[in-house]
Ligand binder design. Structure first.
Ligand SMILES: NC(=O)c1ccc[n+]([C@@H]2O[C@H](COP(=O)([O-])OP(=O)(O)OC[C@H]3O[C@@H](n4cnc5c(N)ncnc54)[C@H](OP(=O)(O)O)[C@@H]3O)[C@@H](O)[C@H]2O)c1
Length: 314
């Protein structure tokens, strides 16, 4: 594989992995697709920040196995596998190389998959779910807050909208017109992004905005959030350039100088599963693809605008 467009993705045959003492092997049933998957090989990190690539363990020439989350069935275990047994149905996150028939994982990254949760939802829940939980935490969103969510129809956005609404917050979410009905169904007041956004948000939330989540990284999202919230401490961002840190926003995730939120994200994992089982959260699936169609899934993701998650079914 080389850097470039989705066509550079290669499907290669390798032996089924054997776990080391502190590892398990999982037969992957579903793997979630995320923008970071194509950013890692598109070369876009060079444009954003070489340091980001270094911190992500992706040197200029080191090309990664793709896929950071999945769900599947445990097929082999090392001696120090803890409570994990062969045959367990599990959600695996974080992990690397999830676009595969089999993946090697650390037992600490496994969480039991309830029977009620289907494979695509299980495989696509965690990266966006934990990011959304972390972002809401970073912006200090509380019940009765009015929160503006930029990119509410995206993978992270749909999780953030549902978690905020479940908390009791009033949610104003930006999205393309075609995704407004979906957002309304999840309890949000939808607003179209683009010129005039600030007036449309004011009209949708005349009582004002207490906190904002920038899940898209545009100047429009940044400027609108700062203007409406008035306090950068209550604005959290997961994307975009250095202006965010300069303006004092809560910058989170795996970016230089950002808060990784490791403990908050770990604590969110069982809560997300519980909410899914209780019907208080759902994973909106934009499309499923066989493993060999990963490039097609990436093309769909890059074009965007279909709400929710793309999922590979090996
Ligand atoms: N820092 C972290 O920890 C972390 C974690 C996960 C993701 N991320 C990053 O966060 C970003 C979002 O991830 P995702 O998985 O939610 O992506 P996604 O599923 O592709 O969602 C993209 C969202 O952006 C909206 N959008 C598209 N063009 C826009 C524009 N010009 N102005 C405003 N909104 C626009 C889309 O709305 P419509 O489809 O309705 O047009 C959609 O809601 C990506 O850059 C990703 O790499 C960071």
């Amino acid at each position: 594989m080389s850097h470039g467009v989705p066509e550079v993705l290669d499907l290669v045959e390798v032996p089924i992995p054997v776990p080391a003492a502190d590892q398990v092997v999982v037969r992957v049933k579903a793997a979630g697709v995320n923008p970071i998957d194509w950013k890692l090989y598109s070369g876009s990190f060079h444009a954003i920040d070489d340091k980001y690539r270094d911190e992500a363990g992706v040197g200029a020439d080191a090309l990664p196995r793709i896929g950071l989350e999945c769900a599947g069935v445990v097929t082999a275990v090392g001696e120090e596998r803890g409570e994990v047994s062969i045959g367990d149905e599990v959600i695996v996150y974080p992990v690397t190389g999830a676009y595969a028939d089999y993946v090697v994982a650390n037992p600490g990254s496994l969480i039991s998959k309830p029977k009620l949760v289907d494979w695509p939802a299980a495989g696509a829940l965690m990266l966006t779910g934990t990011t959304a939980a972390h972002t809401l935490h970073a912006a200090g969103v509380r019940p009765a807050d009015r929160v503006l969510i930029h990119g509410g129809s995206g993978g992270v956005g749909l999780m953030a909208v549902q978690l905020a609404a479940d908390l009791g917050a009033t949610v104003i979410a930006t999205a393309s017109e075609a995704n407004h009905e979906l957002l309304r169904g999840l309890g949000a007041r939808p607003v179209t992004y683009g010129p005039g956004l600030i007036d449309r948000v004011r009209a949708a939330a005349p009582e004002g905005i207490d906190a904002a989540l920038d899940l898209i990284g545009t100047d429009e999202a940044l400027d609108t959030s700062l203007e409406l919230v008035g306090n950068p401490d209550r604005v959290a961002s997961i994307a975009g350039g250095p202006r965010r840190a300069e303006q004092g926003l809560k910058v989170i995730g795996n970016q230089p100088g950002a808060d990784l939120g490791t403990e908050i994200r770990a604590a969110a994992r069982p809560q997300l599963v519980e909410k899914l089982v209780q019907g208080r959260l759902r994973v909106v699936i934009a499309g499923t693809y066989p493993l060999e169609k990963a490039a097609e899934a990436h093309r769909a993701g890059i074009v965007g605008h279909a709400p929710g998650k793309l999922v590979l079914l090996p």
